[in-house]
Design a protein around this ligand. Structure first.
Ligand code: F6P
Length: 423
């Protein structure tokens, strides 16, 4: 990859470190369950189009399969159509600071199986960039300038909920944007699948498999905390595939007494150990009500001040809940007379080689993004639906979140094999 920078590497690193100290991760999931977009699939190309110049970036948390997607966009855009492709470093920050690499055929080689993202990523919000004095500034204008300076025909953004919100703002400024859904949480609205989910699901499932033998040997409860933010897809999927005895997800508030009763029943039947798969966002019923109120306050905020205050209250609430899995373990020990241990899977779930499924998905969605650009159909995310690639307006995606419907067949299946869901 041929690197280009407007400023020295050291200066960027120092800025990055300062920003990281000030930055707070406030996630903005919307409470509604996503609905289908009902958009027709688009046809693949039969003819080649004129040369174009495309930018690409990865934003938000990394996930396995991002490089496979960058490669797919590149192979189709550069290899098939002879367009030019440049990759911006570290998400939207790279566009603000005009740091980029040339993704020619050589630059695209050897990345299909690599984890993470060769471009780097960040959770920066261009409309609210932290400044030295503690204030924030809207720097979307810098992105527009970079886009024009490079004479881009389109920008491909790979990301999750936050990225789609950022992309929607840039579309309003006149940029031609196409997005790809990426997150291990699988919580992006209007798409059935997201790049990285399958790999993370595999890692979490394998971990539960491994925890079984040690839980069994020591007659313990082992609680595995699984990522997913405010959605339970990862914990539920891995919990079912890994044979967890209890699965707790944010969509089904739990009663710890019922969880303890299920574990005691297992003991009475001779199984003196239990595996509990708990989503990081899982909540007891009382906390779920508090969260509901906080989310409602944020969504109904009438102005910037109200919104800021509501987001701060939500962040403080999230912070206060840190360690909730440890507290759950203590409660279960007290209620069952069994020893309990906690394993927090954490970032292991996001690391390493993408699964075959994620490589296939990334290749399918990445090449489809190039077809959208070729057709001049901008402002859309390429969704995976019914075995097809379907364009969905980014403005719609940005407003939703896909959580687990409580009547989803995964939920039904878990119940039918006797798994306690805490309700
Ligand atoms: O969105 C992916 C995810 O891994 C979530 O599951 C998790 O809550 C979050 O990112 C962690 O964010 P960060 O990488 O900023 O710590």
């Amino acid at each position: 990859m041929e690197e280009a920078r407007g400023r020295s590497e050291g200066a960027h690193r120092r800025d990055g470190a300062r920003r990281a100290c000030r930055r707070k991760f406030t996630t903005a999931g919307l409470p509604s369950v996503a609905q289908s977009a009902n958009l027709p699939p688009f046809p693949m190309a039969t003819t080649k189009a004129r040369t174009k110049r495309i930018g690409i970036l990865t934003a938000g948390g990394d996930s396995p399969g991002l490089n496979a997607a960058i490669r797919a966009v590149g192979k189709a855009a550069v290899g098939e159509y002879g367009w030019e492709l440049i990759g911006f470093r570290d998400g939207f920050l790279g566009m603000i600071e005009d740091r980029w690499v040339n993704l020619d055929k050589r630059g695209l080689a050897g990345m299909l199986t690599l984890g993470g993202t060769v471009l780097g990523t960040s959770r920066d919000k261009p409309h609210r960039m932290p400044q030295e004095d503690g204030t924030t500034r809207d720097l979307t204008g810098e992105i527009v300038k970079t886009y024009r300076r490079h004479k881009l025909d389109a920008l491909v953004c790979l990301g999750g909920g936050g990225t789609h919100k950022n992309a929607a703002r840039l579309i309003e400024k006149g940029l031609n944007i196409v997005t790809l859904p990426k997150t291990i949480d699988n919580d992006i609205a209007f798409t059935e699948d997201t790049i990285g989910f399958d790999t993370a699901l595999g890692i979490a499932t394998e971990t539960l498999d491994r925890l079984h033998s040690t839980a069994h040997s020591h007659h313990r409860i082992i609680i595995a905390e699984i990522m997913g933010h405010r959605a339970g897809w990862l914990a539920l999927g891995a919990g079912i595939a890994g044979g967890a005895d209890v699965i707790l997800i944010p969509e089904i508030p739990y009663d710890v007494e019922k969880v303890a009763a299920a574990i005691r029943r297992r003991s009475e039947h001779g199984s003196n150990f239990s595996i509990v798969a708990v989503a990081e966002g899982a909540l007891p019923a009382s906390d779920a009500q508090e969260l509901e109120l906080l989310l409602r306050r944020r969504d109904r905020a009438r102005n910037d001040t109200e919104k800021k205050e509501a987001k701060q209250a939500l962040a403080a609430w999230d912070k206060a809940r840190a360690g909730h899995t440890m507290r759950l373990a203590k409660l279960l020990e007290d209620l069952t007379n069994l020893e309990a241990r906690v394993t927090i899977l954490g970032y292991v779930q996001r690391g390493g080689t993408p699964s075959c499924h994620d490589r296939l998905l990334a290749t399918r969605l990445g090449t489809a993004a190039v077809e959208l650009i070729r057709q001049g159909k901008f402002g859309h995310m390429v969704a995976a639906r019914d075995d097809k690639c379907v364009p969905v307006p980014i403005a719609k995606v940005a407003k939703g979140i896909k959580i687990v419907p409580t009547d989803h067949w995964w939920v039904e299946s878990a119940r039918r094999v006797g798994t306690c869901l805490g309700d």
